[in-house]
Design a protein around this ligand. Structure first.
Ligand SMILES: Cc1cc2nc3c(=O)[nH]c(=O)nc-3n(C[C@H](O)[C@H](O)[C@H](O)COP(=O)(O)OP(=O)(O)OC[C@H]3O[C@@H](n4cnc5c(N)ncnc54)[C@H](O)[C@@H]3O)c2cc1C
Ligand code: FES
Length: 436
């Protein structure tokens, strides 16, 4: 078997393809490489070739005049680009940019179209595979990125430093307008933005304590309230400790918002299961506000929250208010408690077998320590939820938050650009591998 034919037949997209089809496709193929930042193709150019990605990461981007770039998907080894070669007018409808060194097999479109005309079996085989792949991509796009752009004024997932709007790529000094002590080591800070601040549920800001340093902190407020920026901080080290001790009228540097978001709008019509462990309730709270604001658009809404002990429970008053509603199921559990606690004792995954939701029409959003998320995902899978229905928010050490320093690398992804919210199937191969 020739080298190119072996590559074609070994590519996941062509798994199970007959050798005669492999020979036909490889007869039109050539190896290509693109340096980081180089475009494989631009919107509206003729789709003269399609590509099988063999190595590297490709960002699919939409450009609109006066708008920041929207990254609609990030493709990797084993993915294909794309079906425009197969259907008239044979033009690309977006840009494809190499995010790093990319190696692909380029297949000449005219050559292959001619072979498909001559051999309809080949044509039908390719049509089936491309139609399936495009359907899946459309679904994936609907459930992730673009909505973050519409909801958030400034940054989108995958948006890079060159796109950072002036004023927000450097810390803006903002005044602390209110401080609430949540627990012994956790405080919620309201910051007063100089102009309306828009963000999407799940995104984070970089908070800078002058003279000490900068840390990533999720935005925990209501996305509909643009006159305040709310963060809930646990004192862990020097910077988070200083943030948690701030008083009213102190000044903090803020840049953002950054990162991807929870699929709040995309989950409309489905049951929504929100599962938080410890401080993980903070990044989920904006999603809860979003779902409750349009409660009639969702099926069942379930919130499970686990804390170490009763005195570690965040947003206690709000939880009690939500619990009084008749249209939300809320379960709170603690790891350990004294005799004065009359609620659940145990870990969050233990609640999952008995909560009411339809696994065929549900989306689960999870945030908490990684071990808790691992067991939670296993329990959800046992209830019949597919990986594509599960979203989780990941934390990694961050420095730049715009994809430059590599500190937040998580397998092939950068948490600051591709996350922090990931659809589980995208990170399943690396989730749970220690030290990744
Ligand atoms: C996307 C994202 C969102 C985040 N949202 C929040 C939030 O809403 N509220 C909040 O309080 N924190 C949040 N964090 C975590 C926060 O950024 C870290 O706690 C902070 O960077 C610690 O910095 P430090 O200088 O205070 O402590 P360091 O001196 O850097 O660390 C002090 C100690 O804490 C440990 N540590 C540091 N980071 C973490 C961590 N993430 N988890 C567990 N242990 C850690 C260190 O290993 C060390 O032992 C988020 C992180 C990310 C990446
Ligand atoms: S923090 Fe993600 S690359 Fe720098």
């Amino acid at each position: 078997m020739e080298g190119l034919e072996r590559i074609v037949l070994g590519h996941p997209f062509f798994a199970g393809l007959g050798p005669e089809f492999g020979a036909a496709i490889s007869g039109c193929a050539r190896n290509l490489r693109f340096a980081a930042g180089e475009y494989l193709f631009r919107e509206d150019e003729p789709a003269n070739e399609f590509y099988l990605i063999r190595h590297g990461t490709v960002a699919l981007e939409l450009h609109a005049p006066g708008q920041p770039v929207i990254v609609i998907a990030t493709l990797r080894e084993g993915d294909i680009l794309d079906a425009a070669w197969l259907v008239p007018p044979y033009r690309w409808t977006f840009d494809a940019r190499a995010a790093e060194l990319v190696r692909v097999l380029g297949v000449n479109a005219r050559c292959l179209r001619d072979k498909c005309e001559a051999d309809h079996d080949l044509g039908y085989e390719l049509m089936k595979r491309f139609a399936g792949a495009m359907g899946e991509r459309l679904r994936a796009t609907r459930l992730t990125g673009p909505r973050c752009l519409r909801d958030a004024a400034f940054m989108t997932p995958g948006q890079e430093a060159r796109e950072v709007p002036a004023g927000w790529s450097v810390p803006q000094p903002l005044r602390v307008s209110r401080v609430r002590r949540e627990t012994a080591d956790v405080a919620t800070l309201d910051l007063a933005p100089v102009s309306p601040f828009a963000f999407a549920a799940g995104q984070f800001n970089m908070l800078y304590v002058f003279g000490l340093g900068e840390v990533a902190i999720s935005i925990s407020g209501d996305p509909a309230k643009k006159d305040r920026i709310v963060h809930t901080v646990r004192a862990l080290g020097a910077v988070s400790g200083a943030l948690a001790r701030l008083r009213r009228d102190a000044v903090v540097g803020v840049r953002g918002p950054y990162g991807s978001c929870w699929p709040v709008a995309e989950a409309e019509g489905s049951d929504v299961v929100l599962i938080a462990g410890g401080l993980g309730l903070a990044p989920l709270r904006p999603a809860i506000y979003g779902v409750l604001a349009r409660r009639q658009s969702y099926g069942r809404v379930v919130l499970l929250y686990g804390a170490r002990g009763p005195s570690d429970i965040l947003y206690r008053r709000e939880l009690e208010t939500w619990r009084r509603r008749l249209d939300v199921d809320i379960e709170v559990t603690v790891d350990h408690a004294g005799a004065d606690w009359h609620g659940n004792v145990g870990v969050v995954p233990g609640l999952i077998p008995r909560i009411p939701f339809d696994p065929h029409h549900a989306v689960a959003l999870i945030c908490g320590p990684e071990i808790m998320m691992r067991f939670t995902i296993a329990a959800l899978r046992d209830r019949g939820l597919a990986s594509e229905q599960i979203y989780l928010s990941m934390e990694r050490n961050m420095k730049c938050a715009v994809g430059l320093c590599g500190r937040c690398q998580f397998g092939p992804a950068f948490v600051c650009l591709d996350g922090p919210v990931f659809r589980f199937d995208r990170i399943a191969p690396v989730f749970g591998i220690r030290e990744i």
